[in-house]
Design a protein around this ligand. Structure first.
Ligand code: FAD
Length: 350
């Protein structure tokens, strides 16, 4: 079934809670609907393939084009050899619902991704990740409709070109072109916990039974204690990606940190397989003196400075962008590192 509407209110469809009206709204609820949806998209009109709106900042009061949303809510499971299970989920089901279902079924793989907002389609676009696990570790294929060639295409994980919070679907040539119908994940019925991140190993040190559901509970508890509850303050989670810099840049950051905070300061970092060094953006923001920074109704979340939140409940996109610009400029002048937003602006600003 396809649902169409004009002047559709998107306020409850973005987790920042910003007001925005979509000139056109189209929602599909099965794979077979997608070719007809694609035929409705005018090549010259702006389009946005929207999931749960948890990584989107609406920059204008009206989205002057068509917003397309998936309501495909199917979940299918197929037992393979060696304890592997292929779980294929429709693009519209919320990721956390899928994680809950797989954990309840005793399947390993998704538990560390508990409570990440958004839908399954976007989990592949964004390559969502948390607690040392990424969607890319689990995705086997992504099925999407190519709105240029007018046919379904199945992308292997390799063809998705996953990287940190990135995939082929975010590249300029692919953005908005492929409407995702379903994502297949390979999970395991054999125990495969990944507890080497954050407080997970400590939580299970005292002999507590390690099950997918138990890991999910710890992850959920920890996330709830750090991130804003969407019913209290709107946000899009981490506003910036963690920068990955060349070793020489990291040495310069360390030298600046020592000059500012003394010889005992430790700059948290993770060496990447390609030799670059990932530095937590939250640390850079905090140590640049931005704790508690606000612009209008937008502010950095007190327990997680990587999050820009709608503190007043009625902040504007301009407030958020002003704070983004201030954070980028301050971190750059303090540490010489350029932060890049993870959040996507719609429509894009020129
Ligand atoms: C409180 C909070 C915490 C968060 N924590 C995390 C975290 O721990 N880790 C993490 O990685 N992210 C996190 N996020 C960010 C966000 O949840 C993810 O980026 C998520 O994948 C976005 O999903 P969505 O369905 O809301 O997509 P949207 O924000 O609606 O869209 C994101 C992108 O996906 C595309 N897209 C969506 N659906 C489709 C489709 N069917 N076909 C083609 N393209 C599509 C959109 O065009 C857009 O480019 C957090 C966000 C919030 C608000």
């Amino acid at each position: 079934m396809i649902i169409q509407a004009t002047d559709f209110d998107l306020r409850s469809r973005n987790t920042f809670g910003l007001p925005c009206i979509a000139a056109q709204w189209v929602e599909y609820s099965s794979r077979d609907d997608i070719p007809a949806v694609a035929a409705m998209l005018d090549g010259d009109m702006p389009r946005l393939l929207l999931g749960g709106g948890s990584n989107i900042l609406f920059t204008t009061p009206v989205f002057p084009g068509t917003v397309v949303h998936s309501n495909i809510l199917t979940i299918d499971a197929e037992v393979l050899d060696g304890g592997r299970v292929r779980v294929t989920a429709g693009s519209g089901i919320t990721m956390d619902r899928l994680v809950e279902r797989t954990c309840t079924a005793g399947l390993w793989g998704m538990e560390n991704l508990s409570l990440i907002p958004g839908e399954v389609g976007a989990s592949a676009v964004q390559n969502v990740g948390a607690y040392g696990c990424e969607a890319a570790d689990l995705i086997e294929t992504v099925e999407a409709f190519d709105t240029v060639a007018h046919r379904f295409v199945t992308f292997s994980a390799e063809e998705c070109c996953f990287a940190y919070r990135h995939s082929f679907f975010k590249t300029p040539e692919a953005r908005g072109r492929y409407i995702i119908a379903a994502v297949s994940f390979i999970l395991s019925s054999k125990p495969a916990p990944r507890l080497d991140y954050g407080n997970l190993s400590a939580a299970f040190a005292a002999g507590r039974d390690i099950t997918p559901m138990a890991v999910r509970e710890v992850v959920t508890e920890t996330r709830n204690s750090k991130l804003p509850d969407p019913s209290v303050a709107g946000s899009a989670g981490s506003y910036f990606t963690n920068p990955q810099v060349q070793p020489a840049v990291f040495e310069a950051v360390k030298a600046k940190a020592v000059a500012m905070f003394g010889p005992d300061v430790k700059v948290p970092h993770f060496i990447q397989p390609d030799g670059r060094v990932k530095i937590p953006a939250a640390w850079l923001i905090d140590r640049s003196g931005l704790k508690g920074a606000t612009e209008g109704g937008a502010g950095l979340w007190p327990t997680q400075p990587l999050v820009i939140a709608n503190l007043s409940g009625d902040c504007t996109a301009a407030d958020v962008i002003a704070l983004e610009n201030r954070v980028v400029a301050t971190v750059e002048s303090t540490f010489g590192v350029h932060l890049v937003p993870e959040v996507e602006k719609a429509p894009l600003l020129s």
